[in-house]
Design a protein around this ligand. Sequence first.
Ligand SMILES: [Zn+2]
Ligand SMILES: [Zn+2]
Length: 111
Amino acid sequence: MPSDTVSAADALTLLPLPKFNALSQDQVRGIACIWDGVPLSTATAVDLGERRVKQFGQHTSWFPRACRPCALKQAMAALVDHGQSCEQCIDDHNLCTTGLGLVRAVREARR
Ligand SMILES: [Zn+2]
Ligand SMILES: [Zn+2]
């Protein structure tokens, strides 16, 4: 199964994010990187997919964005982390959708 079976948007939703409540307004609005706060433009931003967050007691959709270096670093870290703890990946990583998704996330962040 090629890793293209996992969509780019799905792949990037696999990355763990910083705590929503600890972020600045700009980070929440998607105009600053959620990891290091670097200002983003449409050209430099990586969309991390739709997330569900609880705000003021209500669940809402949130579309966090990051700069490319951070997204790549986080995707690589998540991939290494996952690979070390997932039996399916150690056995045959082509059968693990999470593993494939993270490989895809690294590729997307590298673009
Ligand atoms: Zn960043
Ligand atoms: Zn796995």
